[in-house]
Design a protein around this ligand. Structure first.
Ligand code: MSP
Length: 640
């Protein structure tokens, strides 16, 4: 009878397919992958879930800007995300998309169950509303009473909406944080959530009716389900909850939800409360990790400062990137990314420590024993110390992995790698090779090196599976899958045929590479820049209706009632016109005097905050900064 394996269910957040993912996103997935592989290797029946969070107003808006439907837009981005995970050899067991039928119908079923429980009611949602954007904003989002998207004024407005009785679960949540410290880690996040819950939890608005790219509320299709409720449910719907219990009963509750620090609140308050309402067991653990930051702060596509994992993978390989991410950063803390930190790490640990060990070991076995791994011999000198250390690493790795300390687990493995390199220097096989009498000792040393490297090849498997394969091939172990138990025994190698290959991790010339990489990253960044689609075609007659003229700024001052607006007096041939533009963020009034500009001269007048604007000035958008469209022609001339 085969023994039943314990289950292990691990998840990443489901990513927004609003744009391609950057290195910050890959960080969480790489950690989850390492843990999933480690658990499989150590005897667990693992379920590793990832996916994409595809609904919501933001996606709908971006798709509109691209002139495409939300579904077509997300389909394209999601296929890029899946390709990235394939390139990175991410071993997920399932990939859930929130637009899939299986998810949609199950979210609706969950909504119904919560409603049946009496936890959902219809009420009125009050917020700040931007009419042109058709968007509600919260008090904090609508800074200074303006829409954070378009900058136009927002108004207080009410709409009908569904609410979830989050307040009902406040005491149980407080109890969870107080009495189950293991539920939410690190402790700092738990304390934050505890005080948040103690301040009092308000019922949560869980539907929207101002846009429709979402899962319809069952029986009330004018409303769509709030995107976080839709998103969090993925951890259960992917397993079949509530209608298909087989997988769900097998794997639920999740052992760990790995999430970034900014979404801990959703996972440790809203998600458990939903599960309480559904009478389902809670996940064992929510773990909040830190962010990978750049010198200028957070990575953001709109700021154009993202690090593209594909560029790094093409240059250094998947395993080097994974190793760097897992080794460099400490779980739960933010960390800084620079090319230099990464390249130094790759050179020191991969090219020098591991790469050298592999090439020295295989080349000496080739040279001194015709490429055949010798069997074990008699222990001498540092042999016992090396062996004892080698067979003890797995247990120390286990201890670190239990705490998600990927960097310390790798450090344990590298202690063995460095110790083995030192063993080469201590035993000096090239000296032993000189005298026939030393041959038995030489063979013992070569055996010990190969066996230590064999153990390393298994230990690194969860973190860099590709490299495991390459080392085992070189050691003549291609026929055997790595097994964790093999790390606890020494002296198993005997008679394998070495097969040398090119350096695993070629040494990097850091100075040269830094320059090349920067050039590449800039180049790679360029095509990624997205321009708004070209508007619908018009006839010449439509264009000819515009009267464009050259103008000159005679004077300019701030609008007395609106921070964003500047009031220009524009000389245009024989007249001077007042024109108002929303460019106060881009120009100081005095900077604009004397500038030649292009004016839409026949635009109907408009009153903006009490002042009349007679026409419009043309500006070009330069990465969110408006710049005058200008010419050398004198004012008054026509532009056509
Ligand atoms: N869709 C939601 C999650 C729903 S889970 C039910 C979401 N998506 S996201 O694409 O914006 O972010 C996904 C994850 O990527 C988050 O955990 C976030 O912390 C992580 N990261 C985004 N940028 C990051 C870094 N620069 N560094 C590390 N992680 C980062 O939120």
């Amino acid at each position: 009878m085969t023994e039943k394996k314990p289950t292990y269910y691990i998840t990443t957040p489901i990513y927004y397919p609003s744009a391609n993912l950057h290195i910050g996103h890959t960080y969480c997935t790489v950690m989850a992958d390492a843990m999933a592989r480690y658990k499989r290797l150590t005897g667990y029946d693992v379920m590793f879930l990832t996916g994409t969070d595809e609904h919501g107003q933001k996606i709908q808006k971006i798709a509109n800007e691209h002139g495409t439907s939300p579904q077509a837009y997300v389909d394209q981005v999601v296929s890029g995300i899946k390709q990235l995970w394939k390139t990175m050899e991410i071993s997920y067991d399932d990939f859930i998309r929130t637009t899939e039928e299986r998810h949609v119908k199950r979210v609706q079923a969950m909504f119904n169950k919560m409603a049946e429980k009496g936890d959902i009611y219809k009420g009125e949602y009050e917020g700040w509303y931007c009419t042109p954007c058709e968007a509600f904003w919260t008090e904090t989002q609508a800074v200074e009473g303006k829409c954070p998207d378009c900058g136009r004024p927002v108004e207080k407005a009410k709409e009908e909406a569904y609410f979830f009785k989050l307040s009902k679960y406040q005491d149980r949540l407080i109890d969870l944080f107080e009495n189950h410290p293991e539920f939410l880690q690190p402790d700092s996040r738990r304390n934050e959530m505890l005080s948040f819950a103690r301040q009092g939890l308000e019922d949560l608005c869980i539907s929207r009716s101002t846009f429709n790219w979402g899962i319809p509320v069952p029986g009330d299709p004018g409303h769509v389900i709030y995107v976080w409720l839709d998103a969090l449910s993925n951890y259960a719907t992917a397993l079949g909850y509530p209608d298909d219990p087989e997988k769900y009963d097998h794997y639920w509750p999740a052992d760990v939800h790995l999430v970034g620090k900014e979404i801990v609140r959703f996972h440790s308050i809203i998600w458990p409360a939903m599960l309480m309402s559904l009478d389902q067991p809670l996940p064992q653990k929510v773990l909040g990790h830190g962010w990978i930051l750049l010198e200028g702060g957070k990575m953001s596509k709109s700021r154009g400062n993202i690090v593209d994992p594909v560029v790094l993978i093409e240059r250094y390989g998947v395993d080097a990137l994974k190793y760097f991410l897992l080794r460099e950063y400490t779980f739960g803390h933010d960390g800084l990314y620079t090319n230099e930190v990464m390249l130094n790490r790759m050179n020191a640990d991969l090219a020098n420590d591991l790469g050298n060990l592999v090439s020295r070991t295989t080349s000496m076995i080739d040279k001194y024993n015709g490429g055949v791994v010798p069997g074990p011999g008699t222990d001498e000198g540092p042999d016992q110390e090396l062996k004892k250390m080698a067979v003890g690493v797995a247990e120390r790795v286990d201890r670190q992995m239990e705490k998600f300390n990927f960097n310390l687990a790798l450090e344990e493995i590298w202690t063995l790698i460095r110790r083995t390199n030192k063993y080469i220097d201590e035993t000096a096989p090239w000296v032993l090779a000189r005298a026939e009498a030393d041959k038995p000792r030489l063979l013992t040393v070569l055996h010990n090196l190969a066996d230590s490297l064999r153990i390393v090849s298994v230990l690194i498997y969860p973190f860099m599976p590709n490299t495991t394969g390459k080392i085992r091939k070189q050691l003549g172990l291609w026929f055997a899958d790595p097994e964790w138990k093999d790390t606890q025994v020494f002296d198993t190698m005997n008679g394998e045929q070495i097969k040398r290959e090119a350096a695993l991790f070629p040494r990097i010339d850091i100075e040269k590479e830094l320059a090349d990489l920067e050039a590449l990253q800039t180049a790679a960044g360029e095509p990624a820049r997205e321009y708004p689609p070209i508007k619908e075609e018009i006839e010449y007659d439509d264009f000819a209706k515009l009267d464009l003229r050259v103008g000159r700024v005679k004077s300019c001052e701030k609008h007395p009632k609106a921070d964003k607006l500047l009031v220009f007096q524009i000389e245009m041939g024989n007249e001077v016109r007042q024109i108002i533009s929303g460019v106060a963020d881009c120009y100081k009034p005095e900077e604009t005097i004397g500038r030649t500009v292009v004016v839409v001269a026949n635009l109907a007048p408009r009153v903006l905050r009490g002042l009349e604007s007679n026409g419009m000035l043309l500006f070009a958008d330069n990465a969110d900064r408006f710049e005058f469209v200008t010419t050398d022609a004198p004012h008054g001339e026509t532009v056509s």
